[in-house]
Design a binder for this molecule. Structure first.
Ligand SMILES: NC(=O)c1ccc[n+]([C@@H]2O[C@H](COP(=O)([O-])OP(=O)(O)OC[C@H]3O[C@@H](n4cnc5c(N)ncnc54)[C@H](O)[C@@H]3O)[C@@H](O)[C@H]2O)c1
Ligand SMILES: [Zn+2]
Length: 388
């Protein structure tokens, strides 16, 4: 199947066949299904794959307004009535308190080892629900139904689940693979534009780290993805998931290769910490600026040609994503030393040694610890002054 898909991609054709992927992780393997309007068939799809167990849906209020009714109807049509657990909107929902509430309601409702827990929402719902599924009765099946572009191309695939604690984001959690990922591109219709663009930054990331022909395709078709073209969205999500899957399959628990998924994230996380997770700076926006910084650093170290660097940065700018730190509200008081300190406190830093994912060409990422602080400083300074 892959040979055929690759052929189609290289000629840049979008076809309706890009709707199913298998993630091969031995006994933890699962399918990703991508379809416009899939929610109306979710009940049938699940009955076909898993029979008719007890169903629990975790979602938030933004999503339930638009998409809960048709999800429930799809189960009613199968004679199944799911129990809905609603949690508040926002990053602070990924907490011990909400984890406990979910587990409490599951146990009160006599959840059993065959029950299915459905995460209907963005990355916040996906991470929290995934973790609840991982620990309730030592593990019940979780189905990810991601509703943001970011969660469709990133957080729903790969099995990282967790919550935030006082000491930092995502510090408590587990690797727990879902039993199915069901992506409905239709839900992107109600997603705020800013969230859509933030998710798109991660799509661009996949092209930059692993697939030059996908990057070329995005140069030609990215606008269609952002404007809501069904097939373009399906292809972009499919290809992003395929690239993430290839990386996760090779390195499920992030020993090494999986780290390249953090392209733009070492810088990006420092920006998020400085901005303070209050919605002023979205994760994807931080990643967009961070990728531009990583590209500049790759060029300055002599690993990436000026031509490729220019092409990549120009694309990020022209599609409408942020490229400089100075575009972030309140960043005038930030300085390079403060940001470097945040990088050194990142949980992915071992022995205080900064590691960067850089690129040596479009589609060719690599990991290195061999970067002088002065080089990092220079890139941050340039971004702070808006010159990238
Ligand atoms: N597990 C992983 O591998 C992984 C990877 C990346 C990010 N994450 C996590 O994902 C989270 C961010 O996820 P996100 O960007 O999806 O944000 P999110 O879950 O906060 O969703 C963004 C906003 O959009 C709303 N929303 C979601 N879908 C909607 C829809 N279809 N229509 C209208 N509104 C909708 C939500 O209510 C929320 O207000 C972070 O907590 C991050 O740590 C996890
Ligand atoms: Zn990310």
């Amino acid at each position: 199947m892959f040979g055929r898909l690759l052929l189609l991609e290289t000629v840049g054709v979008v076809v309706n066949e890009h709707n199913k992927l298998r993630i091969n992780l031995k006994e933890n393997s699962y399918d990703i299904i991508i379809e416009h309007g899939l929610l109306s068939n979710l009940g049938a799809l699940i009955s076909e794959k898993f029979g008719k167990p007890k169903i629990f849906i975790v979602t938030d209020n933004n999503i339930s307004v638009h998409w809960l009714e048709q999800t429930i109807e799809s189960f009613s049509a199968q004679g199944v009535s799911p129990k809905v657990l609603e949690v508040p909107v926002g990053e602070s929902t990924k907490s011990f308190i909400n984890l406990e509430k979910i587990i409490d309601q599951l146990l009160e409702s006599k959840v059993d080892r065959n029950s299915l827990l459905i995460a209907l929402g963005g990355g916040v719902i996906g991470d929290l629900t995934g973790f609840a599924g991982a620990v309730t009765l030592r593990g019940i099946k979780v189905i990810q139904v991601p509703t943001t572009l970011l969660s469709q191309v990133d957080s729903s695939v790969g099995g990282k689940t967790g919550i935030n604690v006082r000491q930092g984001k995502n510090l408590v959690g587990s690797f727990y693979q879902p039993s199915l990922v069901a992506v409905d591109t239709q839900v992107l219709k109600t997603l705020p534009q800013r969230q859509l663009f933030a998710g798109y930054a991660e799509v661009v990331k996949y092209g930059l780290i692993k697939d030059c022909s996908f990057f070329e395709w995005l140069e030609l078709n990215g606008k269609k993805v952002l404007e809501g073209d069904k097939l373009a969205q399906q292809f972009a999500i499919f290809t992003s998931c395929r690239i993430k899957a290839e990386i996760v399959e090779a390195d499920e628990k992030e020993q090494n290769l999986r780290a390249i998924l953090n392209f733009g994230h070492t810088f990006g996380h420092a920006l998020e910490v400085e901005a303070g997770y209050d919605g002023n700076l979205l994760h994807g926006e931080a990643v967009s600026i961070g990728m531009v910084m990583a590209i500049e650093l790759s060029k300055n170290l002599g690993h990436l040609s000026g031509q490729d660097a220019g092409r990549a940065i120009e694309y990020i700018r022209s599609i409408g994503l942020p490229t400089n730190i100075n575009s972030i509200e309140g960043s005038t008081s930030w300085n390079p030393d403060g940001l470097i300190q945040h990088m050194q406190h990142d949980k992915k830093v071992s022995n205080g040694q900064l590691r960067f994912v850089l690129i040596k060409g479009i589609g060719e990422a690599y990991l290195t610890a061999d970067v002088e602080k002065k080089q990092v400083y220079n890139v941050i300074e340039k971004s702070l002054s808006g010159d990238l």
